[in-house]
Ligand binder design. Structure first.
Ligand code: 5GP
Ligand code: ZN
Length: 112
């Protein structure tokens, strides 16, 4: 499949890998929007949250657990922001479901 994040997860395209297990991977965003900006994604190709299927619940729970664990591992003790963009108007530019973990500066609300 011609998917950038599938290729990164498979090790075919390099990234600064921070965590890997059988189900998910976490790596540094190439264009960080905060001092710490990590992407956490399932190895399974799921296009977006709108494409989740029955049976993906456990994977989704694991994805969020790993996102929090990676935030802690990266020292974001003062807090962090998790974001999932979905679809064109949601600001999604890579069509493989991913959690952004942002930290190291105060976050603002509402987001743009
Ligand atoms: P989205 O806009 O889909 O929510 O987020 C996609 C993210 O992937 C962006 O923050 C962008 O900087 C990041 N990104 C795009 N291409 C690459 C790449 O080749 N390597 C890495 N590490 N991150 C990428
Ligand atoms: Zn993919």
């Amino acid at each position: 499949m011609d998917c950038l994040f599938c290729k990164i997860a498979a090790g075919e395209i390099p990234a600064r890998m921070l965590y890997q297990d059988e189900q998910v991977v976490a790596f540094a965003d190439i264009n960080p929007q905060a001092p710490t900006h990590i992407l956490v994604l399932p190895r399974k190709h799921i296009q977006s949250p709108a494409h989740l299927e029955e049976g993906d619940e456990a994977l989704l729970g694991h994805l969020l657990s790993v996102s929090v664990a990676v935030a802690k591992k990266e020292g974001l003790v003062r807090g962090f922001r998790t974001v999932i963009n979905s679809g064109e108007e949601g600001g999604q530019t890579v069509d493989h479901l991913h959690v952004h973990v942002l930290g190291g500066r105060p976050m603002h609300w509402p987001p743009g």
